[in-house]
Design a binder for this molecule. Structure first.
Ligand code: NAP
Length: 267
């Protein structure tokens, strides 16, 4: 019997109000609320918007336990339900009228000063200038040199992240049932001085993307951003980006349909 949940809640008034309503509803349905992420937690309930959800998965270091989101934020693309659906949630959960949607993640190995840092993201990894200067990045795919990119930077999106920053940059929306990475240029320069791809590149799951800053012409620090978490590097040597083995599972009700959600949130 699945009867132990953990609540992760943003600190907005709407989220706290929702949490206050949720706790007695869960308890009266015989569900216990765990204060921390232990092995017997069956579900993490995340109350907030997309930002809170991203914060939660990083906070719990990409756990195997599934999440369900209650949207009290703005867009709420990851969030499955609104605060007024708590009773339906308990009924559907108890009757196992749901499925788990796996969301693939992206891994970046960042080497600088002889040290390698590993980052995992659900939405994307961005390699860009920390200032308004352009960056020049030698990009290879599957070990073969492809282009010397010049512009603001490159964003490497998962299907889950394709509807986020990637979409604002003109990247494609990708159905999360596909396992792939999308490399989207950020303000690429495409002149007789600099030649860069101006559209996204879509890669199969087994290919990695290698990025080596071209010292000649690049000024200042490079910023690595992972789901909005930022890291600055003075002497970046390389970034190796590939699909990660880690998967986030989202609990979805029977009525969930990815493309209906896209339509309702974007059109
Ligand atoms: P944020 O303010 O927390 O998020 C910016 C917006 O992106 C919010 O409306 C958020 O939804 C939405 N969002 C997040 N993940 C999404 C997804 N997978 N699909 C559709 N929308 C999504 O920004 P942040 O803390 O700096 O970074 C968090 C994420 O925001 C990043 O991973 C990045 O993809 C995105 N972002 C987008 C832009 C842009 O589009 N120009 C710029 C910076 C960052 P909620 O309203 O539900 O929170």
């Amino acid at each position: 019997m699945k009867d132990n949940m953990l609540i992760y809640c943003s600190d907005t008034e709407a989220s706290l109000r929702t949490s206050e309503a949720l706790i007695p509803t869960l308890r009266s349905a015989g569900i216990t609320i765990s204060p921390s992420l232990t092995d017997d937690v069956d579900l993490i309930v995340c109350i907030g918007g997309g930002g809170t959800f991203l914060e939660a998965i990083h906070h719990f270091d990409f756990p195997e336990v599934p999440f369900i989101g209650i949207n009290t934020g703005h867009l709420g693309f990851f969030q499955e339900m609104m605060p007024d659906m708590l009773d339906d949630f308990i009924t559907n959960y108890r009757e196992e009228k749901y499925s788990l949607q796996p969301m693939h993640t992206v891994q970046a190995l960042v080497t600088s000063g002889g040290r390698t840092d590993e980052y995992v993201g659900l939405n994307e990894v961005i390699i860009c200038s920390a200032s308004t200067h352009s960056v020049h990045l030698n990009i290879s795919i599957g070990g073969s040199f492809i282009e010397r990119f010049s512009g603001d930077g490159v964003l490497i999106a998962t299907p889950a992240g394709s509807t986020a920053y990637n979409y604002s940059l003109g990247g494609s929306i990708v159905d999360p049932r596909l396992r792939l990475l999308q490399v989207t240029p950020m303000a690429p320069m495409n002149t007789t001085a600099y030649r860069s791809f101006t559209s996204s590149i879509v890669l199969p799951p087994d290919l990695s993307i290698g990025i080596h800053p071209d010292g000649k012409g690049s000024k200042g620090k490079i910023r690595i951003s992972v789901d909005g978490f930022e890291y600055l590097y003075d002497e970046l040597e390389s970034v190796d980006v590939r699909l990660s083995e880690k998967v986030i599972n989202l609990l979805r009700f029977e009525s969930y349909d990815f493309w209906s959600k896209v339509k309702s949130k974007f059109l």
